[in-house]
Design a binder for this molecule. Structure first.
Ligand code: FHN
Length: 431
């Protein structure tokens, strides 16, 4: 091919490839995104047969447990105290609007009744019940949206081959049909999006295990949107969003930060945002992990996330008997009390108009800007100019009017005395 023909040909190919990956979200999907952003606070649940060992959800990999041995675990998983009513009531009382639960984690074990494998809760455990179905029904009754965390990575399936960076001790044979694995994954997603009613979203994780693999994401994402157009797709690939995704998530970090090393390549995009965090230091149940976060730090995380225009997804790892550990339950109760009082400054708001500062963050809704002071530095607070004329400033809790001065530098507010120890002092600027 001559240069003259080759260049237009390559341009045409590039154009076609782009046209293929162009994604236009449906009106239903756009509505879900608005709902999602208004919701601001959700419950993350990491639950699987690994909880029996009380050593987190990576135990199969971390303790080098081979597949044959790991298969004994479901025999001990009998969550007789599992009560979805209690879980959903707990989430609601904490002020959470949605639940994201692991339908399958990296051990490949389906927590739902899958017809595509017997490596699932109904076929392998003495409990024999589909906990996802039970939860879906309760969520529907209580007006809580349900999302599924679904792992791309699978330490159990033989077709997950070539192996990625993890799960090498599982003892799988040195062969497998990758595209059959992807068909299997799409098949399970079809089950999840067909048999469990309306699903808020799919939260993927684990493609970082095989960065150079053909994950066929486009096909999987279109399948999801075809089955349920309103269902939001998110992927914890730790990169900037790909076409077909509807929200962007961050792990253990606020958007744009990278204190944990997960978010190195994830530039903040324009999709709705979500950040997730643990209540101690583990996702799956960990018997020995007592690094419980305080109620204050959790509330401040919710507030900061909202100031960054992001949702906050807070994790619990239920125990193998189906209960959520009392330490988490009591903290969530306290968080709920705060949300009940101050939720107006979080739900339905968007981050800004002033970017996060060392003293705190701002959120806004209609003609109100909520100033969340979490770290008062002195008795006056200078808010940089954000281009609006201020009509008045009050303290959220008492509606007490505060003195302020607005000039070309911004707004200087006289803070009430003795707020140093408060979780969050909220000022309301009316514009
Ligand atoms: O490997 C997982 C981990 O187990 C957990 O599910 C978290 C949740 O964000 N994500 C992965 C690590 O990026």
């Amino acid at each position: 091919m001559t240069r003259k023909i080759l260049i237009p040909f390559l341009l045409l190919m590039a154009f076609q490839a782009n046209a293929q990956i162009k994604y236009t979200p449906s009106p239903e999907n756009l509505k879900s995104r608005e709902w999602f952003q208004d919701a601001r606070f959700g419950l993350f649940i990491h639950w699987g047969v690994y909880s029996v060992l009380g050593d987190g959800e990576w135990v199969m990999n971390n303790q080098n447990i081979d597949k044959e041995t790991y298969q004994k675990l479901p025999n001990f998983f009998n969550p007789v105290n599992y009560d979805p009513k209690e879980w959903v009531a707990m989430a609601k009382a904490a002020g959470m609007k949605y639940i994201t639960i692991t339908s399958k984690h990296h051990d490949g074990f389906a927590m739902f009744d899958s017809k595509l494998t017997d490596w699932d809760i109904v076929d392998r455990t003495p409990y024999k019940k589909d906990i996802i179905k039970m939860l879906a029904e309760e969520c529907r009754k209580e007006g809580i949206k349900l999302f599924f965390y679904h792992s791309h990575l699978d330490w159990y399936q033989e077709n997950y081959f070539p192996l990625g960076r993890t799960g090498h001790s599982s003892g799988r044979p040195e062969k497998g049909d990758w595209y059959k694995y992807l068909d299997y994954m799409d098949g399970q997603l079809t089950e999840l999006l067909t048999n469990y009613g309306e699903i808020g979203g799919i939260w993927f994780d684990g493609d970082w295990d095989k960065l150079d693999a053909d994950w066929r994401l486009e096909k999987t994402y279109s399948l999801i949107h075809k089955l349920q157009p309103a269902c939001m797709v998110g992927n914890n690939h730790h990169l900037a969003p790909f076409p077909g995704e509807d929200f962007q998530m961050f792990e253990k970090d606020l958007p744009g930060h990278n204190t944990t090393g997960f978010s190195g390549d994830s530039k903040v995009g324009s999709l709705p945002l979500e950040t997730c965090e643990t209540m101690n230091n583990s996702w799956g149940f960990n018997l020995q992990d007592k690094r419980y976060k305080s109620t204050k730090s959790i509330i401040q995380y919710i507030v900061k996330a909202a100031g960054y225009n992001s949702n906050f997804l807070l994790n619990v790892g239920p125990m193998p008997d189906g209960r959520i550990q009392p330490e988490f339950v009591s903290t969530l109760k306290e968080v709920g009390k705060w949300m009940e009082k101050y939720g107006e400054t979080i739900y339905g708001t968007r981050g800004g108009p002033v970017p996060p500062k060392s003293w705190g963050v701002t959120t806004y809704k209609n003609n109100k800007v909520y100033v969340h002071v979490m770290n008062a530095e002195n008795s006056n607070l200078l808010i940089p100019d954000f281009g609006k004329k201020v009509k008045g400033i009050t303290l959220f809790t008492t509606s007490e009017k505060l003195k302020y001065k607005q000039d070309t530098f911004g707004i200087t507010i006289s803070l009430p005395k003795d707020i140093a120890d408060e979780t969050d002092t909220i000022l309301v600027i009316e514009i």
